[in-house]
Design a protein around this ligand. Structure first.
Ligand code: 5GP
Length: 252
């Protein structure tokens, strides 16, 4: 399938994905691009095969979540780099769950890097590139009126469930889920779904088989920190997942 020239149906183009209208009003096509960006797109590069690897990992992880009754937008693959998904109205929040201190948590608090947190920490950010995705307080979240009380509780419940399902799944592959970012949306019927992608672009994943502090990094931090071997690291995650999962289903 040739998606890239389908400008008429392009709904939205983000840094790592394009979303297209499908033939059905309640479904969209999500194409994963090879673009890698960091630091609010100030750093930008093309990485061959990244779109393919992230699409495959995302599809497998959405299927794992589906098996554990976590509602999500994924319907199936329609090409190597493209999935069919339920159309959702994205809630402009980045929902980050952290198990181990890294990244902004260490830059913004005295908590030391690598410290295991006593319980998973949920941080909510307002999704706005121009504002630099600012961290929200509960009071600011309420003031913004983005969610009703029930949705607020449901987002936390689902985020923790995703964390527990994926941490357990990855741990069996000798991979540690350090932290990750989720996005949520509501479908036509108003159901809250995990949307967007779940890939090494949006998660921190450390290799338990490698004790070297840089060597163990299998996620986008390799790109952020110029460690090289970005797609090779993502492929290592995919290889381990494929060792225990069947190929993602084809959407028909
Ligand atoms: P941090 O707050 O440390 O920058 O990020 C925490 C986790 O959420 C990391 O796994 C990071 O990759 C993910 N994350 C946070 N914000 C974004 C974002 O805007 N884009 C992507 N791709 N991942 C994000």
């Amino acid at each position: 399938m040739q998606m890239t020239s389908d400008h008429a149906n392009l709904l939205y183009e983000g840094k790592a994905k394009r979303v297209f209208n499908s033939n059905h009003s309640d479904r969209v096509l999500v194409e994963f691009k090879n673009d890698a960006t960091a630091f609010n797109a100030r750093k930008h590069m093309q990485l061959r095969k990244k779109g393919f690897v992230n699409c495959q990992i995302s599809a497998c992880l959405f299927e794992v979540l589906e098996g554990e009754q976590v509602p999500n937008h994924y319907l199936g693959l329609i090409a190597d780099t493209c999935m069919m998904a339920q159309r959702v109205q994205i809630i402009p929040l980045e929902v980050v769950v952290r198990n181990i201190a890294a990244g902004s948590l260490c830059r913004e608090t005295p908590i030391s890097f690598g410290q295991e947190l006593p319980a998973p920490l949920i941080d909510l950010y307002y999704k706005d590139d121009e504002m630099g995705d600012p961290l929200l307080t509960e009071a600011r979240l309420e003031l913004l009126g983005l969610l009703d009380r029930e949705q607020r509780l449901e987002i936390s419940r689902l985020a923790l469930k995703v964390n527990s399902v994926l941490s357990t799944f990855l741990d069996k592959l000798q991979l540690t889920l350090v932290d990750f970012k989720l996005e949520f949306g509501c479908n036509e019927s108003g159901q809250l779904l995990v949307a967007d992608e779940i890939s090494p672009d949006t998660c921190r994943v450390w290799d338990q088989r490698n004790t070297d502090l840089d060597g163990r990094i299998l996620d986008k931090d390799r790109f952020r920190k110029d460690l090289g071997g970005v797609v090779e690291a993502y492929e290592e995650i995919l290889k381990r997942i494929q060792g225990v999962c069947s190929k993602p289903r084809i959407y028909r």
